[in-house]
Write a protein that binds this ligand. Structure first.
Ligand SMILES: Cc1ncc(C[n+]2csc(CCOP(=O)(O)OP(=O)(O)O)c2C)c(N)n1
Length: 349
């Protein structure tokens, strides 16, 4: 189609991909594709609902789905996930119900946090997914604490700390990688380098050649991975998790990818991104790259694509319908779980 940028083809054969994808490669690819479509559908709908005033805030993860789905599939139930703003798909793949997440986005009475946390900050304890702290980088220290706890209890599990390129300039990044390395704690540092920290481009964030290179300063392995290539993400994440489970040293993976939307619903990137950014990002759309490759290898056809898309549309529609039919949390819930003795949420009332 004229004006549509060519999608960068994935650089391997079917046999090479199947070699790294484990025992059921076709099933893994189809499952991954299904989740990526579902996440993409959710992002588009939620951004639209935010613009209509039906959801307070939204931070899309469009462009970051390959890392998220691979992390969700490669991690085990006993692992813990300490996310940044864009990893809700990891919780969904690990089994957090979509409708529960949408209740959270609507901040209604079925939201596990009863509307007291910003949208896109879900808590999903049942799948070991910790609510994100909005203070950039702090989840890195939290993950190191979780890793310390796992080590003390001799659990063969891993804490996954997700953070963006901007967070690699935070104090917590330094303290976290240092402490994890010295204690050889089971922590996997997952940096999603979408090349922007709101309006700050990564080349103004750091003079380091890559973000992965920073790991060397702490005595850790750091690897840069194509974060828009599902198979590469899967190979990197499953390999690192396996090494950590066997008692290996902590590691950092830097996933290079492209932020395909605004930073959040509160942002207007046309004020600071170069004119060619959108085209470069589209050429590295992880979903389009995977779909193009699966078609080429005979793993995806129109019928499957239509089925998956309608299933995603229906699931997202049903979750929105349920959330819109649910009342807001009662006023008294504002202070539930906050004080030892119940207190009025509004002083003097
Ligand atoms: C300590 C702190 N400083 C500033 C902010 C404001 N802030 C919110 S998101 C953000 C950029 C984060 O960029 P990055 O770490 O690259 O993650 P991304 O949002 O791109 O995934 C900033 C500066 C904050 N939340 N916390």
């Amino acid at each position: 189609m004229a004006g549509t940028p060519a999608v960068a083809p994935l650089p391997y054969t079917r046999a090479q991909a199947f070699n790294v994808l484990g025992p059921k490669p076709e099933e893994t690819l189809r499952t991954a594709y299904r989740w990526m479509i579902r996440a993409r559908t959710l992002d588009a709908r939620m951004l639209a609902l935010q613009r209509q005033g039906r959801v307070g805030f939204y931070g899309a993860a469009t462009g970051q789905e390959a890392v998220n789905v691979a992390a969700g599939l490669a991690s085990r139930p006993e692992d813990w996930v300490l996310p940044g703003l864009r990893e809700q798909l990891v919780a969904l793949v690990r089994g957090h119900p979509l409708d529960r997440y949408v209740h959270h986005l609507f901040a209604d009475a079925q939201d596990p946090a009863l509307g007291r946390n910003m949208p896109c900050h879900p808590t999903a304890r049942e799948v070991h997914y910790v609510s994100m702290s909005s203070v950039i980088g702090t989840q890195i220290s939290h993950a190191v604490g979780v890793g310390r706890g796992m080590r003390n209890r001799r659990e063969a599990a891993v804490a996954l700390a997700f953070f963006g390129d901007g967070a690699t300039s935070s104090n917590d990044f330094h303290a976290g990688l240092n402490l994890a390395a010295v204690g050889r704690l089971p922590v996997l540092f997952v940096c999603t380098n979408n090349q922007w920290a709101i309006s700050v481009p990564v080349e103004r964030q750091t003079a380091a050649r890559t973000l992965a290179a920073k790991a060397a300063a702490y005595g850790l392995a750091g690897t840069r991975v194509d974060g828009t290539d599902l198979v590469a993400c899967w190979a990197a994440l499953s390999g690192a998790l396996e090494r950590l489970r066997r008692g290996g040293a902590p590691e950092m993976l830097e996933f290079l990818l492209y932020r395909m939307t605004a930073h959040s619903s509160s942002d207007d990137p046309t004020r600071y991104q170069p004119a060619d950014w959108a085209a470069r990002a589209l050429a590295h759309d992880p979903l389009a790259r995977l779909a193009q490759w699966m078609r080429r290898e005979g793993l995806l056809d129109d019928a499957f694509q239509t089925e998956v898309q309608s299933e995603a549309d229906e699931a997202v529609r049903a979750a929105i319908r349920a959330a819109e039919a649910t009342p807001a949390p009662p006023e008294a819930a504002l202070t539930e779980d906050v004080f030892a003795r119940p207190a009025s949420p509004i002083p003097g009332r």
